[in-house]
Design a binder for this molecule. Structure first.
Ligand code: COA
Ligand code: AMP
Length: 633
């Protein structure tokens, strides 16, 4: 029988004792004075405690007998390279790099931006920052210079660590020109950059500013320089991770040290059913929260071996790559986004390539990051013959809000539901007035405060935006910005975002941000960007533009420029490939663009004429324009 209900009740009865108990799994240099305290309206966990996240990820395991166990396996089908690092070796790499960072003037509390591809050095950099109490901010390689510049200006890093390139199928993404442009346009200028040269593309260096990673590290190794762990307050920031907000300015989600460790460590057995020593693989990117929590921190806190995979589910070289990695490294559990499985299913619908590999080590598949459609879930269950666990969380929470807890005992699976709330999350589904709706009715999914350990305590240097973005709509609650319902058994169903966020291939993007870019085109008078359903990526953005009167250039030329502009300003990750010129946009009488109705038309859903529509004829024009471009699905 599952221990879930008893565990959830134990938390509800006495939350502080619950987390105090969970905190015993972490090594603290000073214990907490208080398990929980609200300071100026912000939740603080393990107040007064001191700790070091890198110590708990590495040194502790080396001291406890895991020195020779593999900590990281790097498998890169895109470059054909592989490498392994034991806990002892990883500790040496990280302590050396930490000494290098210190020698470059990085001190406790300083920010370091990591603009890195999926190579082991990305994990070294994150852990080296944690070791010396510096705050890292990892920026995903698919973002354009402007996005990087926005993050540089907000985080004000002392240093940037980067590599010469990332590698995409058929294309080398040279990071250095992107980085140089970002630093050019940002108001804040970092004191220096440390760059790892990859053989696929050597970058030119700027004298005085750029330092060669390999030279610095080999000199530090030759001199035997390593840095010790610096104790930090449990409430000090470990990292800032920027995520899409409702405007073009991303939100700097802050993660603390103590609560983060306690929560992540708790999940590894209770949620994921994984034991120390197990081989764990998260096929994501360190640039996303899933990568922070489950490529780097949680598996290492738990003493697992984690796989750093530089490749794609298909095309590197084929749809059997995931199965090859699982069998070659003896992977026990895989965590990825449903998109990856949709891509594999499309290439190998019968799952024939699975049969080419020994999958006997493989016990569980976890999916998150976007809605897991029942077809994909069923396909994975049938072909892999292991439990397939959908779970729901966000950059802001850093770990599962609702899931099916494997360690506590799996509950019956209901396709379409991410199952039940984890301890720490008191879920309430609210109507517009803040009243709880009936079971089965859709509402705004909220968490009654306080948020549990590990969730964001605030936004980077912006308590006001934090309160305003998450706490103002439903006082006393954190608003997830997801809409959905809870059924009679307490299962949660995530149906849609309530804001302008869309989810493209598991990547979180703001349509508002894309609209800002389109609106900056000199010929565009107004625009609307929608996320429309896509069988592979879940959603893809489509932009509708109205041109300024008097513009007599060809519409298709302007559309191409718009597509190029989004790629240039936000990055290829936006996957913005469609701009459609229309004469007018449908609006309410008060001038609000009817994006919801437009999306329903594109997705082929039932829709009714909004009572407040200004001119119903415009919807016919939009429908025709969508049909012309094959957008109505
Ligand atoms: N650096 C630079 N560019 C990147 C990038 C990176 N790290 N990651 C993606 N891109 C580019 C891609 O090359 C693509 O460029 P293109 O327009 O020139 O083709 C564009 O961004 C869109 O990428 P994506 O949406 O990922 O589409 P894709 O066709 O390259 O791949 C999948 C589709 C399904 C294979 C891919 O999305 C995938 O592996 N998803 C797994 C899910 C995942 O990792 N989610 C993260 C959160 S858990
Ligand atoms: P991110 O912050 O990038 O992790 O994106 C978080 C958002 O992705 C959530 O608010 C949801 O909208 C969506 N999401 C994540 N996991 C799931 C899931 N299991 N089911 C449905 N939506 C999900």
């Amino acid at each position: 029988m599952s221990q879930y209900h008893a565990t959830y009740e134990a938390w509800k009865t006495d939350p502080e004792s619950f987390w105090e108990e969970a905190a015993r799994e972490i090594s603290w240099s000073k214990p907490a004075d208080k398990v929980y305290e609200a300071v100026d309206g912000l939740d603080r966990w393990f107040v007064g405690a001191e700790c070091n996240t890198c110590y708990n990820c590495l040194d502790r395991h080396v001291e406890d007998g895991r020195a020779d166990q593999l900590a990281v396996i790097y498998d890169s089908p895109i470059t054909g390279k592989k490498a392994t690092f034991t806990y002892q070796e990883l500790l040496h790499e990280v302590a050396t790099l930490a000494a290098v960072l210190k020698a470059q003037g990085v001190e406790k509390g300083d920010r370091v931006i990591c603009y890195m591809p999926m190579i082991p050095e990305a994990t070294f950099a994150m852990l080296a920052c944690a070791r010396i109490g510096a705050v890292h901010s990892v920026v995903f390689g698919g973002f354009a210079p402007k996005e990087l510049a926005t993050r540089i200006d907000d985080a004000k890093p002392k240093l940037i660590v980067t590599a010469s390139c990332g590698i995409e199928p058929g294309r080398i993404v040279e990071y250095k020109p992107l980085l140089d442009e970002a630093i050019d346009i940002s108001a804040h200028k970092p004191e220096g950059c440390i760059l790892l040269q990859r053989p696929e593309a050597e970058a030119s260096m700027i004298d005085g500013r750029d330092k060669d990673w390999a030279e610095l590290v080999s000199a530090a190794k030759a001199a035997g320089e390593t840095a010790e762990c610096v104790p930090v307050a449990a409430t000090d920031p470990l990292y800032i991770l920027y995520t899409s907000g409702t405007t073009g300015v991303p939100k700097g989600v802050v993660r603390d040290n103590g609560g983060h460790m306690v929560a992540l460590k708790w999940t590894m057995w209770n949620m994921y059913g994984v034991s120390p020593g197990d081989i764990w693989w998260t096929a994501s990117d360190v640039g996303w929260v899933v990568g922070h929590s489950y490529i780097v921190y949680a598996p290492l806190l738990h003493g697992c071996t984690t796989i750093v995979f530089e490749g794609k589910p298909v095309g590197t070289p084929d749809a059997g790559t995931f199965w090859r990695v699982i069998s070659e490294h003896g992977v026990n559990a895989l965590f990825t986004a449903p998109t990856a499985f949709r891509a594999i299913k499309k290439e190998d619908p019968k799952g024939e390539m699975i049969g080419n590999y020994d999958m006997s080590s493989f016990k569980t598949l976890f999916l998150a990051g976007e809605r897991a459609d029942p077809d994909t879930l069923q396909w994975a269950e049938e072909k892999l013959q292991v439990p397939v666990i959908d779970h729901w969380w966000q950059t802001e929470t850093g770990w599962t809000i609702a899931g099916n807890p494997v360690g506590l005992g799996v509950l019956p699976v209901k396709h379409g539901s991410s199952t039940v709330p984890m301890p720490g999350y008191h879920m309430r589904i609210l109507d517009d007035e803040g009243n709880e709706v009936k079971r089965g009715d859709i509402g705004a999914i909220c968490v009654k405060l306080p948020l549990p350990p590990g969730c964001l305590p605030t936004l980077w240097q912006d308590d006001e935006r934090f309160q305003e973005s998450y706490m103002s709509a439903f006082p006393g609650h954190y608003e997830t910005s997801d809409a959905g319902y809870m059924d009679e058994d307490g299962y949660i169903y995530i149906m849609a975002r309530t804001d302008d966020i869309i989810n493209v291939a598991g990547h979180r993007l703001s349509t508002g941000g894309m609209e800002e870019v389109l609106a900056s085109h000199p010929d565009v008078a107004e625009c609307a960007v929608l996320g429309i359903a896509d069988t592979l990526k879940g959603q893809i953005p489509a932009g509708f533009i109205v041109l300024n009167s008097g513009v007599d250039r060809a519409a298709d030329e302007i559309e191409r420029e718009c597509v190029g502009l989004v790629r240039q300003k936000i990055g290829p990750v936006a996957a913005f490939k469609t701009a459609v010129t229309v004469a007018r946009l449908p609006k309410t009488r008060s001038g609000k663009i009817l994006r919801g109705t437009m999306r329903k038309i594109a997705d082929g859903e039932d829709w009714s004429m909004p009572a407040t529509i200004d001119d119903p004829a415009i919807l016919d024009e939009i429908t025709d324009a969508m049909k012309d471009r094959g957008l109505v699905g």
